[in-house]
Design a protein. Structure first.
Length: 112
């Protein structure tokens, strides 16, 4: 086999391994107290099938249930009335923040 063929194979294997670890990486779950505080001071609009929403959910781990959630797939009227056109969207102190947010940013914005 040529040297260039081996290099190509190694690059492909490396990309596959990197993709696997990026897709399956674990997030540090937020504490129950922080999740409750964030949930009490924000609204989170998500949608069934939203990949970014799934990432946000993984960041909270089992404490995701403490967030103030509205699923736009099931409650379209609530999202229309709030003019939510992308998910995930956070509403904190009357401001819309679109996209996945880190726990640190959410804590800062909600005062938790």
């Amino acid at each position: 086999m040529k040297k260039s063929s081996w290099i190509t194979i190694l690059i492909i294997v490396g990309v596959i391994i990197l993709a696997y670890f990026l897709i399956n990486r674990k997030y540090d779950a937020v504490s129950k107290e922080d999740a409750v505080c964030i949930g009490q001071n924000s609204e989170l609009y998500i949608q069934l099938g939203c990949h970014a929403c799934e990432i946000q959910q993984k960041m909270f781990g089992s404490n995701y249930k403490y967030l103030n959630l509205t699923d736009c797939w099931f409650d379209k009227e609530a999202c229309i009335s709030k003019e939510i056109d992308r998910t995930p969207t956070w509403i904190i102190a009357g401001k819309k923040i679109v996209g996945v947010q880190s726990i640190e940013i959410l804590k800062e914005l909600t005062g938790c």
